[in-house]
Each structure stands twice: as C-alpha cells, then as structure tokens.
Design a protein around this ligand. Sequence first.
Ligand code: NAP
Length: 252
Amino acid sequence: MTRILLLGGTSEASALARALAERGTPALFSYAGRTESPVPQPLPMRVGGFGGVAGLIETLRAGGFSHVIDATHPFAAQMSRHAIAACAATGVPLCAFERPEWVPGAGDRWSRVTGIAAAAAALPEAPARVFLAIGKQHLAEFAGAPQHHYLLRLVDPPAEALPLPDAEAVIARGPFTVEGDTALLRDHAITHVVAKNAGGSGAAAKLAAARALGLPVVMIDRPALPPRLLRGSVEAVLDWLDHGASGAKRGV
Ligand code: NAP
C-alpha cells in the first residue's frame, strides 16, 4: 500500500502536499519545527526530529511507509543525509526534490564561498552594514566580525538576545518582492548582502535588489550530499511516484 513520508520545509513541499491531498494519496507531512507557526498543510502533520537515522528507520518501519519524498530546504543537509541512510537501510524508495541553484547574471557582484564561516571571513575588515539573510541558526558564526552592523530577517521574533552586538531583526515570512527588498536594503543603508544559495523564487528578490543597488553579495554554496534520486519539479516527483522508483542519480 502506498504511504508517503513527505519531509517538508519548502514551498515545493507544500505544493506536493496539496497534490497528494487532492489525489487522496495517504501521506504524512514532517516539519523540523524551526518556526513557531508552520504553514498548515492539507495532510496529517508531525513536527520535530525523528531521533537521527535510527529514529527515522523506526518511523519508516512502524508507520508502514512505502516512499519517502525529501522536499527539505537545500541547506537542511543533515536531514537529507539521514533520509538517504534510513531509506537505504529499510529499502524504502527515496526521491528528493531539488530546486536549481541561483546563478549570477549580468550586473551581479557575487563572491561564492563554502560554509558560513567562510561567509563571515569574506566580509571586509572595515565596518559594513550587512543584510544577513541566513535564518537564525548560524548567526553566532558572525560574532567574530563584531564591527559590522547586521540586519536580519527572521520568521519569528528572536526568543533570546541576538548573538551579535550590533544587530536588528525585521520579522517577515516570504515570498518577498524586488520592490520591497530594494526599499529594505536602501532604508537600512546596506552595503553587503550575505545569502545561502537556496534557489527558487520566494527568496530571490534580495538578489535582484542587490543587483539594482550595485551591492556585493556573499553567496554561500549548498552543502554537498551523497548521490540520491533527484527530481527538479513537483510534477516530476509525482511522476516518480506514479511510475516507480527508477531514474538518474546525482553525480552518475
Ligand atoms: P538539518 O540541519 O538538516 O536537520 C537537523 C535535524 O533537524 C535533523 O537531523 C532532524 O532531526 C531535524 N529535521 C530537519 N528537517 C526535518 C523535517 N522536515 N522533519 C523532521 N525533522 C527534521 O536542518 P535544519 O536544522 O532544519 O536546517 C539546516 C539549515 O537549513 C539551516 O541553515 C536553516 O536555516 C535552513 N532552513 C531549514 C528550513 C526547514 O524547514 N528545516 C527552512 C529554511 C531554511 P533528527 O536527526 O532528530 O531526525
């Protein structure tokens, strides 16, 4: 019997949830629980970690899951690695949805770095005004560059003091517009943008805004993952479900 475990956290995961619900396919939607009020889904939902690979294996077995769809954020690499390992151990077919990366275009001033620490190191020595568009989990890695003013954009108001001496947060949930992000960068006199290469349209506005204002962008490359079955659109993931777990793996 078909029963899907859908690992969510992206707008495409929500689109997959809608499609599965419309088709009446039994499925459970899983959130990491990174935001206080996650977007409601038209599927049964669970929130929070599984307890590592062992916990995910137990969940797959106890829940009678026939397929796993990994539609997590491209930087949620630990979850994706755990899904690869647990599906290999249980023989449950896995398909990952992956958005195309953003690529620089004419007028973009990007420097590409690997990892958060490298992004902090790529900022100038002199005090700058930095739009730090990386969520809340890794802000402390910028504490070694306290001379900068940091503008953060967070989904929820911070529950504790920010780990940066000179920082302010705007609270907002995407998708964002180029007009809005251009005004945000201009109003805060931003001189540098730091972003994760998430891809997709919902968070791309800041890049167009940086281009319009001629600002440099420090772009953090995606973490590398082991080979896995990949599809690049919601339709292609549904097609995989309909036509079996075969297809090309990344890197082969
Ligand atoms: P992660 O580092 O890959 O995952 C850490 C742990 O969180 C996993 O090992 C797992 O716990 C749990 N987890 C993650 N996604 C889950 C899901 N969909 N369902 C159940 N448990 C899940 O991912 P992360 O901590 O969420 O985020 C890593 C990076 O991705 C951050 O830089 C963050 O800003 C970015 N990001 C994440 C999301 C999101 O929705 N998760 C959205 C936007 C950006 P167990 O090992 O206990 O199973």
